[in-house]
Design a protein around this ligand. Sequence first.
Ligand SMILES: N=c1c2ncn([C@@H]3O[C@H](COP(=O)(O)OP(=O)(O)OP(=O)(O)O)[C@@H](O)[C@H]3O)c2ncn1[C@@H]1O[C@H](COP(=O)(O)O)[C@@H](O)[C@H]1O
Length: 108
Amino acid sequence: MNVLSALMAVIEDRRANPPEKSYTTKLFNGGVPKIGEKIMEEAAEVVEAAGEEGDEGRQHLIYEAGDLIYHLFVMLGHKGIALEEVEAELGRRFGVSGIDEKASRPQK
Ligand SMILES: N=c1c2ncn([C@@H]3O[C@H](COP(=O)(O)OP(=O)(O)OP(=O)(O)O)[C@@H](O)[C@H]3O)c2ncn1[C@@H]1O[C@H](COP(=O)(O)O)[C@@H](O)[C@H]1O
């Protein structure tokens, strides 16, 4: 299991068995307005970090991207959407554009 799948599994477990002292539980309790507010906040921080130069800016962007992905996954978990459903949607787009064919074609 990769890290993204493992993170989603933890979030889904928090939804099924919510511990009191859990940040994810706090977000679930706030519903779409609270989770949405955090996504907007973290997205703005990603854009801000992307504008920063150098290695520090790069590390900051990676950190903020982690925060954004986590909060996006909490929204998916809250709505009962599995990561596989998003993967299927992205996979479908590869099929439509044919990008995957070119990317996976062996180089001669
Ligand atoms: N990946 C994350 C993760 N990324 C960010 N955060 C939390 O997101 C919050 C973002 O910081 P902010 O300052 O914006 O928010 P805040 O002031 O703490 O809280 P708000 O009142 O603004 O909501 C911090 O509290 C971080 O701890 C995360 N909290 C949890 N996870 C993962 O979720 C798992 C389960 O966490 P719990 O549900 O807390 O057990 C953890 O083991 C981690 O793997």
